[in-house]
Structure formats: structure tokens, C-alpha cells
Design a protein around this ligand. Structure first.
Ligand code: FAD
Length: 358
């Protein structure tokens, strides 16, 4: 316990690891290259998804020793849109996700975790870039400005006069092989598109997304902040050194839609447990996170293979069901997924790589 555990990256995975280690009595130091946690985001809404596990996301956070000291909001309403006016409004038995703010505002998830870590005595050193050889745990997020990026997200965070809404839009003209979303809560809005290819045309996709949502209802946009962010999706390879890489730096992401927060925080929790209990980090992940990530690779293949038809089918198929429950089932790594996984991995192989080695 006298050894200081060093972590690179004061984002959500690094801080989750730090909180759990410090709570167990370890001395922890975290190093971040920027001047504060959450700086790569614009206080936009992101959703902690509630569809890849049976356990509700709020119970999950409590289980991994995270206090709910940040803004979060769930809703049992969800609208899904596909091309040609295929719209469905759902009333769900439980929220599809919990919205949190990402950035440096007081009530953001990033700042909430930072406060918890500091309260447990974690030392955080900002403006301090780090290399993997200098730390026990690497939690440095995606490779920014990566020419081999796997997804690009762009959108606007703004104030609006529109009432609360949660809309997911599946339309390749707005988001190639991806999706667009529009969240409004309490006059704060995030409207964005997430594309998986044709990155040069990003602006075209976001403008088309804005046009479609404006057709739905004209709304005011004030105090507008535009944001762009990248995503890295790769299946974790165990480094020869067995160095612990967590969050997006370790490939812990949802391969289907890039909802990586739950995976990032869980990998941070497992990193802490591996040290506290003297267990192998990658074995802990192998039992839980990796099978779901492999299932999500197969899901992505289906999604890309069937495109527009799949979107409409998905929305229609869900019309008399709970789309969250339906999606949750697709994250089970069942026998047919195990058979399809190697095929999906070959077809998507340019995406299943490890930027640590490229
Ligand atoms: C615009 C956008 C929208 C998204 N929406 C969602 C969503 O709705 N739901 C969802 O689940 N996921 C979403 N994601 C993905 C989610 O944000 C990530 O999966 C998650 O933040 C990854 O956490 P992390 O701890 O790995 O990285 P981060 O939280 O990014 O933390 C990494 C930290 O490491 C620091 N760092 C980097 N390099 C170094 C270095 N060399 N030395 C020291 N420090 C370093 C960075 O400054 C940063 O603070 C979105 C991503 C983007 C870009």
C-alpha cells in the first residue's frame, strides 16, 4: 500500500480507477496533459446507456463506488426516426440512458468524479502529459487527430426554447453508418451526428441533421457551441507487458454506437480491483466486458450491411416492443454471435486494430 499508484489521464476511466484505489487506502497520483478534467468536451449532453446490461446504469454507478454528485437525467420517452417519415414514439419501462454533461461545468460528470477523487485524497497533476512507461494505468482516451479514426462526432450544444425531447435519427444522409441525436432538457440542447466514414463531409452531415430537426419544429438556438470529437474502436489486445490500458485508450468502447462511458468506467473499476485483489486485469475483463464488445462488433456488421433497410426494420420491429430490451438482447454473446464474430472481425478488420501499435 505504500507504493504510489500512478494513472495517466484524469478522464472518466482514470478517475473511476483512482476513486476505487484511494477508497481502498492506496496513495494515488493522476496526471493529465490538459488543465482540467473534461476539457475535450463542450458541456454537451452524453448518455450513459442503459441497454447493454440488465443492471440499471444508476445501480451500476453505485456498484462501482461512484456517487451521484453530478447532474443526470433519465426519461422513459424516446423517439426513433428513420428515412421516409418512419417515426415512432416509445414509452419505455425504464430510461434508455441517463443524460450527463461532459465538460468543465460544475455539475458535469468529469467534475463530479474529480471532486470525489480529491475528497479521497487523490493527487491530480494537470498540464502534465505522460508516457505509458511512467504510469501503472493508462487512461488517456482516444487518439486525438488520429488519421485512422473510427468515428467522428460533431454537433452543437445550445440553449433553446423547445420542450424536452429525446430523438435518435437513423439516416445515412445525416450520419453515414451511424446516427444523429437531439436531446433537450430544461432549455439545454445537444444536437449532433456520429459518422463512421466519409469524414471529409462531416459538415454536410451535421447541416443535414440540423435541417431535418428544424423541419420537425423550428426552434431557437442561443449561446451555440460547436463541437467535434473522435472515437477509437478496437478490441483490446493484451500487451506483452500486461500494462493496464483502460477506457478508450484500451479499446473499451461499444463497437455498435460508440456509447463508451459505461465501458470506460467499468474498465477503470476493474483496473482498481485488479490491484486491490491482486488479480489479472485482462482476466476480469474477459469474463464481462469483452464478450459484450465482441457481440457489438457483430451488431455493427449487421448495421452496416443492411443500412437503410435495417433502420426501418429496426424501428418497425420495435414498434410493439421495448426497443431497449430488444437492443439489450443483441449484446448477449450467444452461440451464433460467437460463430459470426471471426467473420465480422475479418470484414471490419481495418477497424479492429490497436492504435498503441500503429
Ligand atoms: C462528441 C462525443 C460524444 C459522445 N457521446 C457519448 C454518449 O452519448 N454516450 C457514451 O457512452 N459515450 C459517448 N462518447 C464516448 C465517450 O465520451 C468516451 O467513450 C469516454 O469519454 C472515454 O473515457 P476515457 O476515460 O477513456 O477518456 P476521456 O474521458 O476522454 O479522458 C482521457 C483523459 O486523458 C487525458 N490525456 C490524453 N493523453 C494524455 C497524455 N499523454 N498524458 C496525460 N493525459 C492525457 C485527456 O486530457 C483526458 O482528460 C462520446 C464521445 C464524443 C467525442
Amino acid at each position: 500500500m505504500d507504493k504510489i499508484i500512478k494513472i495517466g489521464g484524469a478522464g472518466i476511466s482514470g478517475l473511476t480507477a483512482a476513486i476505487n484505489l484511494a477508497k481502498a487506502g492506496y496513495k494515488v497520483e493522476v496526471f493529465d496533459m490538459t488543465k482540467d478534467s473534461g476539457i475535450r468536451f463542450n458541456n454537451d449532453f452524453q448518455g450513459i446507456e442503459n441497454w447493454s446490461y440488465e443492471q440499471d446504469a444508476l445501480d451500476f454507478l453505485k456498484d462501482i463506488n461512484i456517487e451521484l454528485n453530478f447532474y443526470y437525467w433519465g426519461s422513459n420517452k424516446l423517439s426513433l426516426w428513420a428515412p421516409d417519415g418512419c417515426h415512432r414514439d416509445f414509452k419505455l419501462p425504464r430510461s434508455a440512458y441517463y443524460l450527463v454533461r461532459r465538460g468543465t461545468v460544475e455539475d458535469s460528470l468529469d467534475q463530479g468524479l474529480k471532486k470525489q477523487a480529491l475528497a479521497f485524497g487523490v493527487k491530480i497533476f494537470y498540464n502534465h502529459p505522460i508516457k505509458s512507461k511512467d504510469v501503472d494505468i493508462m487512461a488517456t482516451g482516444p487518439v486525438l487527430n488520429d488519421p485512422n479514426k473510427d468515428a467522428l462526432v460533431s454537433g452543437y450544444a445550445f440553449k433553446t426554447d423547445l420542450e424536452d425531447c429525446h430523438i435518435g435519427l437513423l439516416d445515412d444522409s445525416c450520419a453515414l453508418n451511424g446516427y444523429s441525436y437531439f436531446f433537450v432538457h430544461d432549455g439545454q440542447a445537444t444536437l449532433a451526428t456520429c459518422i463512421f466514414g466519409n469524414y471529409r463531409e462531416l459538415d454536410k452531415y451535421i447541416e443535414k441533421t440540423l435541417e431535418i430537426f428544424k423541419q420537425y419544429k423550428n426552434f431557437k438556438m442561443e449561446d451555440v457551441k460547436k463541437f467535434v470529437g473522435t472515437g477509437n474502436f478496437f478490441l483490446p489486445k493484451i500487451p506483452k507487458s500486461r500494462k493496464v490500458y483502460i477506457g478508450e485508450a484500451g479499446g473499451f468502447q461499444d463497437y455498435l454506437f460508440g456509447f463508451g462511458m459505461r465501458y470506460a468506467m467499468k474498465s477503470g473499476y476493474y483496473a482498481a480491483r485488479s490491484i486491490i485483489e491482486g488479480r489479472d486485469f485482462y482476466e476480469l475483463c474477459q469474463k464481462d466486458l469483452i464478450p459484450r464488445m465482441k457481440a457489438s462488433v457483430v451488431n455493427r456488421l449487421f448495421f452496416m450491411a443492411f443500412g437503410k433497410r435495417a433502420y426501418k426494420w429496426f424501428i418497425k420491429h420495435c414498434s410493439d416492443r421495448d426497443p431497449v430490451k430488444f437492443t439489450r438482447q443483441s449484446y448477449r454473446y450467444q452461440s451464433f454471435k460467437k460463430i459470426l464474430f471471426p467473420v465480422a472481425a475479418i470484414i471490419l478488420r481495418k477497424n479492429i486494430r490497436d492504435p498503441r501499435n500503429s
